[in-house]
Design a protein around this ligand. Sequence first.
Ligand SMILES: Cc1cc2nc3c(=O)[nH]c(=O)nc-3n(C[C@H](O)[C@H](O)[C@H](O)COP(=O)(O)O)c2cc1C
Length: 167
Amino acid sequence: MTEGAAKDPRLFRDVLGRFATGVTVLTVNVDGELRGMTANAVSSLSLQPMLMLVCIDRNASAHPLWERAEGFGVSILDASQRHLSELFARHGPPDEPMGGAPYRTGPFGVPLLEGALGHASCRIVSRLPGGDHTIVVGEVEEMGIDRPDGSPLIFFSGAYYQLDGRL
Ligand SMILES: Cc1cc2nc3c(=O)[nH]c(=O)nc-3n(C[C@H](O)[C@H](O)[C@H](O)COP(=O)(O)O)c2cc1C
C-alpha cells in the first residue's frame, strides 16, 4: 500500500492513473491550422443539452489555439491506434497536417481520425479555469459510432492496454 501527503503531485498522478480510461485525440482547426492532441481528461457532462468537457493543459503548445477555436473534434481511439496516441502526445505541431494520419473533416473544420471507434464534433460553449488546465465545454453538433465491433485503447497506470473480455 502506498499512502502519502495529500499534496504530493506524483502520488496524485499515480492514484488517478489507477482510474483506467479510453484514449481520444482532440482536434481543433483555427484559420486552417490543424492540431491534434492525445487526451484522456474527456467526459460526457450533460444529456440535455448534450455537453462534453475536455481539459487542456494551459502550458500545452496548442492551448492558444484552443482559446480561439470555435469547436473541437473528439476521436475515440481503437486499440489498433496506439501509434496515433503516441503521435499526438508528442511535443509541438507535426511536420505535415495531422502528422500524416488519415482523417476526414467534420463541423468547424475539425479533423476526425479515420479508423477511430467513434467521434463527436462540438461547438465550444464555455471555457472555465481548472488549476493548470482549462476546462473546455462543448455542445455536441454531430457524432457517430464508426467501428461498432472495435475494441478500445485503454490507458492505465501510465501504460496502454486492450480489453481482455467481458466480466
Ligand atoms: C494517454 C494520454 C492522455 C493525455 N491526456 C491529456 C489531457 O487530457 N489533457 C492534456 O492537456 N494533455 C493530455 N496529455 C498530454 C498531451 O497529449 C501532450 O502534452 C501534448 O500533446 C504535448 O504537446 P506540447 O508538448 O506541444 O504542449 C495526454 C497524454 C497521454 C499520452
